[in-house]
Structure formats: structure tokens, C-alpha cells
Ligand binder design. Structure first.
Ligand SMILES: [Zn+2]
Length: 125
């Protein structure tokens, strides 16, 4: 069954990709937004990943600081995915863009919360 690429509703009529003009417009707007922000997304993604690696190395010398850096990096990572909810695997597309974004935002909030807790434990302990 074909589904709307934006909202994920099954397509019953002759539509090819989207259920209506509204969904098509929003999907195109999201794609343009994604095109414009890909570099920022990748930059923050690399910063977060580098931070996690640096924090892991640091943990061997100063466990508290290392843990804190990992926590901060997770916050960067989570914020990145929350503000720029890209990079979802193709398997997500059957859900539609809208639901994929919601799932990514929910997961990124969890990552941010974990990051805050880990940063507090690391720097505080
Ligand atoms: Zn739709």
C-alpha cells in the first residue's frame, strides 16, 4: 500500500506521493530546510561524537571530567537531533516525515535528559 510521504496516511486515490497539496507543500518545505541545514547538522553531529570520544579518553585520567564531557556531548547530540531532526534511516519513511520527526524529537529529548544527568553526575561527583 502506498502512503503519503509526509503524514504517512495510506493513499487511497490516484495520488502518487502525498495525500494532498498541503502535505506536498510541507514535505517540500522540510526538504528545503534539510538541504539548507545539512552542514550545520553534520557539524554538530561531529562535535558531539568527537566530544564523546574525548570524554571517553579523559575518563581514564579524570573520570569525573570525562563523564561530564560525555554528558555535555550527549546534550549537543540531542539538541542537534531535536532542532534538526534529520538522518533518520530509510526504514522510517513508511511512517511519513511527520511521524519520523516526532519519534526523533522524543528520542532526542531522552538523550538530552540523559546528557544532563550524566554531566551533573560527572562534574558534581
Ligand atoms: Zn499526507
Amino acid at each position: 500500500m502506498k502512503r503519503c510521504k509526509y503524514c504517512g496516511k495510506p493513499l487511497t486515490g490516484p495520488q502518487e506521493k502525498y495525500c494532498n497539496a498541503d502535505c506536498r507543500m510541507k514535505a517540500h518545505a522540510f526538504n528545503r530546510f534539510m538541504d539548507r541545514k545539512t552542514h550545520s547538522f553534520l557539524f554538530l553531529f561531529i562535535v558531539g561524537t568527537a566530544g564523546i570520544i574525548a570524554g571517553s579518553v579523559m575518563m581514564m585520567m579524570k573520570p569525573g571530567v570525562g563523564t561530564g564531557i560525555i554528558g555535555l556531548s550527549l546534550i549537543v547530540w540531542g539538541l542537534n537531533f531535536f532542532i534538526l531532526p534529520f538522518g533518520f534511516p530509510d526504514s522510517f519513511y513508511w511512517l511519513g516525515i511527520l511521524r519520523s520527526i516526532r519519534i526523533i524529537r522524543a528520542v532526542s529529548l531522552l538523550i538530552i535528559l540523559c546528557g544532563i544527568v550524566i554531566a551533573i553526575l560527572g562534574f558534581g561527583g
